[in-house]
Design a protein around this ligand. Structure first.
Ligand code: ZN
Length: 511
């Protein structure tokens, strides 16, 4: 029985079978259907993402004499002779990188195709061509005969001369998502009757890192071992760490269970997992967590630092020891341990909304107080700095759109306090502050639309603002008095520090 490796056997034969890269498929197909063809294409992207397959499918589709549902018919003269067609020329630049090969192409392009409409040159790993080969190629690439189409494929686009790139239509192939790879693996597993643990399928997809060909090759290798494919065999063959292990590790970590955290790392190390693989997987997990879990600002800050520190372990010796040290360094930064002393009782987002709805506009002063309150909760200076930039830009744009009236009104405001949910502005004139508060919702909507910032805005006149600010500091001071009895000096330092952290200015007057 002749054995064909899986990735060859399951190579897509038309655009419908090509997985991922939907955008590219659509563009290529449209150019064929509408007869708007380029004479040169360059396909770039990570290995195993379908560049060569797409090139072959393109060659077949563009030459088929009667497309059926936009796919090659499989019945016409061209389709039947595709595999032996002298008009589809595949060249691997990795092994043919010389001037001679290119000269041969140069001579051959003049000859008309034998049976197809177009003579198609697929040059794989094109970045491997030598510079003299590029020079020889350039002229042909610039003005190829009408019956010739070049498709260049490369994993390293930065090595392709700009003079070449400017003559090609470029398509960037993306890594294929784990889910798409899992789905395809499942299909192959079923057809090939491969015995495998379901968890192992996901791990193969993760290991392939967006490359479908790699995923099928790994499946192939493991299937050849004969027995059922399990996480265990996968670990033994590829030294992987599973997603589940990483999840368990960070569960212990977030519960500050140092003993178990270190224990899991030791187990992973003992199992022979390459430390670089472990770091990559841990970073993936943390990045997902950071992006998906809507961490609080406080959490995301230390998480970002942890991620950067872990990443730097990648380039050092004794990685496992450093990984442990790094995790221990941050273990106490987690929010459950943060007994932050906000002197105003925290109001949950849901409470804020319901209270505002109930009160509606009947009790404006109440809303003002709630918003002042919520601006202080979780306020911090880095949020404020970020928002000031956005705010300045927003005002500048208003002038750009000739909205001078609103622009001037906003230009007189000062951003005072920024929390994740609320923004407090001040302005000199009382009537302007009232006016701005009536426009608060409109402003919020615009900020949301333009900058994706969801926030509530409150504006105070400068006298009221000064009072509120001093009130905050005074309350803060009193509260601290109640909680701890330390020399007054220390307490004042703490109050000033926290004020600095919120308002950004060092000198606070307490009258
Ligand atoms: Zn056909």
């Amino acid at each position: 029985m002749s054995y064909k490796v899986l990735y060859r056997q399951y190579r897509p034969t038309n655009f419908s079978e090509l997985v991922g890269q939907d955008h590219i498929k659509e563009l290529l197909l449209n150019s064929i259907v509408n007869q708007k063809l380029s004479h040169a294409y360059i396909f770039t992207g990570p290995r195993g993402t379908g560049k060569t397959s797409a090139a072959k499918i393109f060659a077949k589709t563009v030459n088929c004499e009667s497309l059926t549902n936009n796919n090659p018919c499989g019945k016409c003269n061209f389709c039947l002779s595709y595999n032996e067609s002298a008009d589809i020329i595949e060249i691997d630049a990795a092994s043919n990188n010389g001037v001679d090969e290119i000269r041969e192409i140069r001579e051959n392009v003049k000859i008309l195709p034998t049976s197809a409409k177009y003579k198609i040159y697929i040059i794989d790993e094109v970045h491997m061509l030598s510079s003299s080969a590029w020079n020889a190629f350039l002229k042909t690439l610039e003005e190829p005969p009408g019956h010739v189409i070049f498709i260049l494929a490369t994993t390293e686009i930065q090595k392709v001369p700009i003079t070449v790139l400017s003559r090609c239509q470029r398509f960037d192939f993306q890594r294929i998502s784990d889910q798409i790879i899992v789905d395809l693996l499942k299909k192959v597993i079923k057809l090939e009757k491969i015995k495998i643990e379901s968890d192992a399928i996901k791990e193969i997809a993760a290991l392939a890192d967006g490359g479908l060909r790699d995923a099928l090759s790994i499946l192939d290798q493991l299937a050849k071992l004969g027995s059922k494919i399990t996480i265990k065999t996968l670990k033994e063959s590829y030294g992987i760490v599973t997603t589940k292990e990483i999840e368990t590790l960070f569960n212990y970590y977030s519960n500050k269970n140092i003993k178990e955290t270190l224990h899991i790392i030791d187990n992973i190390k003992t199992a022979g997992v390459d430390s670089s693989i472990f770091i990559t997987k841990a970073l993936d997990y943390l990045l997902d967590y950071l992006v998906l879990e809507k961490t609080t600002t406080k959490d995301s800050k230390w998480l970002e630092e942890l991620i950067l520190d872990l990443e730097s372990c990648y380039y050092k010796n004794n990685k496992y020891t450093l990984i442990k040290a790094t995790l221990l360094k941050y273990i106490n930064h987690q929010s459950s341990n943060v007994s932050e002393k906000t002197m105003i009782p925290e109001i949950k987002e849901s409470e804020i909304i319901s209270r505002e709805i109930i009160k509606d506009n009947k009790d404006n002063e109440n809303i003002v107080n709630i918003r002042i309150n919520n601006s202080f909760v979780d306020a911090n200076i880095s949020l404020k700095k970020e928002f000031v930039k956005v705010w300045d830009k927003y005002i500048e744009d208003l002038f750009g759109k000739n909205e001078y009236k609103l622009g001037s009104l906003l230009k007189e405001t000062k951003v005072e306090v920024v929390s994740p949910t609320n923004i407090l502005l001040s302005t000199e004139s009382y009537s302007n502050s009232v006016l701005l508060n009536t426009m608060s919702e409109e402003l919020s909507n615009n900020l949301n639309k333009q900058y994706n910032i969801t926030t509530r805005i409150i504006c105070l006149d400068s006298i009221r603002w000064k009072n509120e600010k001093n009130e905050y500091i005074k309350n803060k001071k009193n509260k601290t008095y109640c909680l701890i009895t330390e020399p007054e000096n220390n307490i004042i330092t703490e109050v000033v520090d926290s004020a600095e952290n919120i308002f950004g200015d060092k000198l606070i007057e307490i009258k």
